[in-house]
Design a protein around this ligand. Sequence first.
Ligand code: 13P
Length: 251
Amino acid sequence: MRTPIIAGNWKMYKTQNEAFQLASTLKQRLSNLNSVKVVLCPPFTALASVKEAILGSNILLGAQNMHWEKEGAYTGEVSPEMLLTIGCKYVIIGHSERRSYFFETNQTVNLRVKSALKFGLIPIICVGERLEEREANKTEQVVENHIKGAFADLTGNLAEETVIAYEPVWAIGTGKTATPSQANEVHLFIRELLSSMFSKECADKINILYGGSVKPDNSKQLLDMSDIDGALVGGASLDADSFEKIVRSAT
Ligand code: 13P
């Protein structure tokens, strides 16, 4: 059985102090949960303070991006080892905002995924179609291209260490959510694809999260679907009440 994962992607929100406060509140409210993995992904500048705030709880730390090299002359970048030693277990890779605003490609996503796994970080690999692609009936084609690109050169043993987040771009920050059945249909497609690329056993081990306007009032219906194994939450993860409700709807 896959333990559900609820990850908060805080994007470029929360100063160090604000992040510490939010994480401390979440620790008080959520530290005893065992049936769901809670992951907080603050900006780089707040990783250390969030780590301190969640110390002694089950809450896990994640970053929002990383470079693939161990170190080097890459001004403005952060390495996998830096994330690991600050206490991260997860790292979001290939978010649609990275793909569209910072020109990430399947190839750079693949480099980051392989590097994260090599350093012992769990990549949360984001895939998903834009509105015009969905309207042109290209959802499966786009998602397949993202998955095949991200997983290039990986063996099944490594692939099963990853997490996937299906985030239709048209649902991110728009208040438009995929219906539970629309989302589950794509999750099933992804699982079948992984099964054909690796094996059914491998595909069955991979958590596939849904992301895109997940809120307390729609999370339960989404999480009840057969192949939705958690959520990657943006806006609603910035508020303790709403994030707590989403986490509890996964228990
Ligand atoms: P929203 O929940 O704000 O739509 O963001 C989703 C997202 O991009 C999570 O990575």
